[in-house]
Write a protein that binds this ligand. Structure first.
Ligand code: MN3
Length: 203
């Protein structure tokens, strides 16, 4: 069963004014669609591997045949990262996390503001294209780090919870070179309920 481009859980213009409609259309309909197509292309001659989930393929990146490892890392990683990204945003999002997730953020980072500051500096400081991800490690601790290109937290044995895409294609039409402005706006569309659910199921 080939991978498919997931539908956006809201309209292309739903995250306006923070993320503009044209960016969302190109980002989902062209960039993410291409990651899906290229992942499927890489798996065409690997019927057994094609049965695995994208998460399992990325967890087992080092065990994949040399012929497809880079394609799964880049395109499979892109498919996985974006599939999560659309769901951890929503129109009318933002605010603060609550419950267990909020407690974990407070105890790990010294409060939500300190966490946001560290997340922003990680994302803003990611050289070139990549992501910043808050993840859960196997011992149940939160982990925050930057990733190059489409590298996935799953490949490090982590479970991604909240991530922001800092490839220029994610913000350039509206924000040009002003990545920090995009990041400041992005917090207004974070779907904390979805992040809390990811945290609960990862634990
Ligand atoms: Mn992207």
């Amino acid at each position: 069963m080939a991978f498919e481009l997931p539908s956006l859980p809201y309209d292309y213009n739903a995250l306006e004014p923070h993320i503009d409609e044209q960016t969302m259309r190109i980002h989902h309909g062209k960039h993410h669609a291409k990651y899906v197509a290229k992942t499927n292309e890489a798996l065409e001659k690997q019927p057994d591997l094609a049965k695995k989930s994208i998460e399992d393929l990325l967890r087992g990146l080092n065990d994949l045949p040399d012929s497809i490892r880079t394609a799964i890392r880049n395109h499979g990683g892109g498919h996985c990262n974006h599939s999560i990204f659309w769901t951890i945003m929503k129109p009318g999002g933002g605010g603060n996390p609550t419950g267990d997730l909020a407690s974990a953020i407070d105890s790990t980072f010294g409060g939500f503001d300190a966490f946001k500051e560290k997340f922003n500096s990680t994302a803003a400081g990611q050289f070139g294209s990549g992501w910043a991800w808050l993840s859960l490690d196997k011992s149940g601790k939160l982990d925050l780090q930057g990733y190059a290109n489409q590298d996935s937290p799953y490949s490090l044995g982590l479970t991604p919870l909240l991530g922001v895409d800092v490839w220029e294609h994610a913000y350039y039409l509206k924000y040009q070179n002003r990545r920090p402005d995009y990041l400041a706006a992005w917090w207004n569309v974070v779907n904390w309920d979805a992040v809390a659910k990811r945290y609960a199921s990862a634990k």
